[in-house]
Design a protein around this ligand. Structure first.
Ligand code: KIV
Ligand code: ZN
Length: 515
């Protein structure tokens, strides 16, 4: 049996579908480039029929891609399949990923179709894909709650119709590793033409078993794993790329499987994602959390000093937890700044270099050494911000613990190109700031979440603020960074308002598990 595992990353599709993980086009292109550097075999760039915005971003990602395969998701209906092909066909190696539910529950209540109709739709859908390309993936949605014999019939028929990858997901995160492996094994052994396709799994983490289920699947011959960076995805998320990869890597003795992920790119990739979506990596997250390599207990420290292997099963370097040596500070020139960004994977044009160079100088006035994370945050702030309807210019706040003197904030900003200013009070300076800004833009959204994180260590670290706002049915996340946490908070709030406004204009998007 072939011992090579293919990694299919769906951070840009299933991941982006998770609450608060929405990315703009620039951000998706940057992450797509990083996935290629990381060495994933296939990236799922989006769900082209779900919205015009998704179509456009899948098309741009496909056009930018090098040797990586670029997949688009489609329901098993002609229009989705054709839209998907239109979006991915410019890639060097395009793939159509088509899905249809096979569980009795989904067929009856979601699709309202008889099993025989589902079988026919699956074959017709795959045949339509095969007219466009010979790289077709078929997914049996809700496979883990499906009947083995019915799945065998569907899989045999879609392979005959042209599917080359068969994905058998645990869509609702319900499976237990042994039973999932047994069902997969049954389907692989009882489908007469199963040797003509690569079998794949896509596991959700509702019971915390996504990685365990993925690893169990390898034992019965599955050779494609669908994963996301940091495990982001619908609800509790998907199997995390870094955990699955490092299991294969560290426990090669156990699995005996190979892959082509560049493990040293794992941490930079996860950090880029976390910066982009404004969700800090939890400290205790396996492989990439701040504490993953920190040895606090005296006994462990002592052991580590004597021999690292006493308590360390992999090195931080093996997952890329190192800073690059080119340090940027106050005296760095334009060329040094350009090559630093290039070494971090950012290709910036001359205008963008001018913008970041000015921002680097300003930041270096406040902060002596700029770390990679500072620079990443700076590109995020200065270059990847979408064209904004609301733009913050200056803020000033006063906090107070004296009764009778409430905290105050004053704000100067542009609203639809017109300069507006105002001042007001709040229970604290952040509340005062948000009240003034809401007043200036004439909206009253609810603040659902406010989080602050220091980007690097030290008291001069930049603050990274994330806020989630809701207005009626629509919610949006905004991010802001600055050495002054009040400025970072105001930036995050204004950014969330811009996202809210954009989402309202675009209308609802289809999410594959919701329609
Ligand atoms: O969870 C799922 O089943 C999916 C499919 C579209 C593969 O995301
Ligand atoms: Zn999924």
């Amino acid at each position: 049996m072939n011992n090579r595992v293919y990694f299919f990353d769906t951070t840009l599709r299933d991941g982006e579908q998770s609450p608060g993980a929405t990315m703009n086009l620039q951000e998706k292109l940057r992450l797509a480039h990083q996935l290629e550097v990381l060495g994933v075999d296939v990236m799922e760039a989006g769900f082209p029929a779900s919205s015009p915005g998704d179509f456009a971003s899948v098309q741009r990602i496909a056009a930018q891609a090098g040797d990586i395969q670029v997949a688009g998701l489609a329901r098993c209906v002609p229009n989705d399949i054709d839209r998907c092909w239109e979006a991915v066909k410019v890639a060097r190696h395009p793939r159509i990923h088509v899905f249809l539910s096979t569980s009795p529950l989904h067929m009856r209540y979601k699709l309202r179709k008889e099993p025989e109709d589902v079988l026919r739709m699956a074959v017709e859908g795959v045949k339509r894909c095969a007219v466009h390309t010979d790289n077709v993936e078929f997914s049996c949605e809700d496979f883990s709650r499906s009947e083995g014999d019915f799945v065998c019939r569907v899989v045999e028929a879609v392979i005959n119709a042209g599917a080359t990858t068969i994905n058998l997901p645990d869509t609702v995160g319900y499976a237990e590793p042994e039973e999932y492996a047994a069902l997969l094994d049954y389907v692989i052994k009882n489908t007469p033409n199963s040797d003509k396709a690569i079998f794949s799994v896509h596991c959700h983490n509702d019971l915390g078993l996504a990685v365990a289920n993925t690893l169990a699947a390898f034992k019965v011959g599955v050779r494609q794993a669908e994963v996301t960076l940091c495990g982001i995805g619908e609800r509790a998320g998907n199997a995390s790329l870094e955990e699955v990869v490092m299991n294969l890597h560290v426990r090669h003795d156990h699995f005996g499987l190979t892959h082509k992920i560049v493990t040293e790119q794992i941490y930079p990739s996860c950090r880029l994602l976390s910066m982009t979506i404004g969700q800090p990596i939890p400290n205790n997250k396996a492989i990439v959390g701040a504490n993953a390599f920190a040895h606090e207990s005296g006994i462990h420290q002592d052991g580590m000093l004597k021999n690292r292997e006493t308590y360390e099963i992999m090195t931080p370097q093996s997952v890329g937890r190192t800073e690059s040596s080119l340090v940027i500070g106050k005296h760095s020139g334009r060329n040094a700044v350009r090559s630093k960004f290039e070494s971090m994977g950012y290709t910036l044009d001359d205008t963008q270099i001018n913008v970041v160079f000015e921002a680097v100088k300003k930041l270096a006035d406040r902060k002596k050494t700029l770390h990679d994370d500072d620079l990443m945050a700076l590109v995020q702030e200065e270059i990847y911000r979408m064209p904004d309807r609301f733009r913050l210019r200056h803020v000033s706040v006063q906090s107070s613990d004296a009764g009778g003197v409430p905290p105050t904030a004053a704000v100067l900003m542009d609203v639809d190109g017109l300069e507006r200013s105002g001042a007001g009070f709040g229970v604290g300076p952040v509340d005062a700031l948000f009240n003034v800004i809401a007043d200036l833009v004439g909206r009253e959204p609810t603040l659902e979440q406010y989080a602050i994180n220091a980007i690097t260590g030290g008291t001069d670290a930049q603050g990274e603020v994330t806020v989630r706002l809701r207005d009626g049915e629509v919610s949006a996340v905004g991010r802001g960074t600055h050495p002054d946490i009040f400025v970072a908070s105001a930036r995050a709030y204004v950014n969330a308002l811009n996202h809210l406004f954009k989402k309202e204009q675009e209308g609802p998007r289809l999410h594959c598990q919701h329609d």
